[in-house]
Ligand binder design. Sequence first.
Ligand code: ATP
Length: 358
Amino acid sequence: MSSVVVEHLSKTFGAADALHSTNLAIASGEFVVIIGPSGCGKSTLLRLIAGLETPSAGRIEIGGRDVTAVEPADRGIAMVFQSYALYPHLSVAQNIAFPLRMAKLPKQVIADKVAAVAATLELEALLDRRPSTLSGGQRQRVSIARAIVRDPAVLLLDEPLSNLDTALRVRMRHEIARLHQRLGATMIYVTHDQVEAMTLANRIVVMAQGRIEQVGAPLDLYRAPTSIRVAAAIGSPAINLLPVRIVRAEPTVVTVALPDGGICRIDAVVPQTTVDAPATLGVRPEHLHPDPLGVFGGQVELFERLGPLSFAHLGHGGDTAHLVAQLPHNRHVVLGETLRFAIAASDALLFDGAGAAY
Ligand code: ATP
């Protein structure tokens, strides 16, 4: 097990700032998931930690040792790629054994380790096969086996499940969670998948434009995002964001006017000077409760039933704003029907003009 610390880590490609003076401390044994929009620098951060890219500035520590100038093979890390990156001409057993052969371990030690890892990942029956004869899920299990066979202190995973179908993703997600519990290795995992982030992570790192926006436990980020970017990055369906105007600021309660003129009171602390200022109200779909007198609502444009959960997409106030509400599972909905909703004052989030949470 090993901690990972990056300090003022930067990477520029030509004029482009892929990563901007980033600080992050990951505890030994922690499972950290990095999310953020395409191009925000997730893979760059991972590849810098792996040693596959050279930093433009800053330093990297693994297990208390400065590894900024250390070769990838000597960092005590292993990496799993979206593309599996298996050797096509080698059998599954030879692929898994490859890093051990490179390290020139004795034959019997290699055989024992390969057998142990194959058992962990249920690959025993496939050891003589070539990668081309395996399914996507099996290939990814082989690439994970190859990564963990050297007992890396830190396992880096770059969108490892992206190429798998939904059912396999769910299974592999469970396998990775079990693997983490079993190995106790520090894991750093890049994904676009909300569910992977929420279920696997001890902490989630939300990135945007080459910077870390916020780091925290999944539920803390969900309940208390510090910016619109983080609020929008966490939760599915996404949080509703409505342009509002602050009309009254009391010590712990703010009154805002909605786009259609409705008035809503929410728990937040804002300076008196913000009265009359534009702001953004954030309301999660599950926090909209059906209420005929509620100030939120609109005509049902789309209705989605996802097993036990149902969501109504509503046209809001005649403009382009759009509201998604989670409905009680037995609620029958007709397209075009008008639905009204209310929220609890404590459930709403309020953001200032620059997108920072009040
Ligand atoms: P995605 O989710 O699409 O994989 P990401 O968040 O992992 O994106 P990075 O791959 O880290 O993003 O890229 C960050 C920025 O750096 C992007 O603008 C990308 O185009 C740029 N970049 C990454 N690698 C290189 C490279 N080798 N040469 C030039 N620019 C690069």
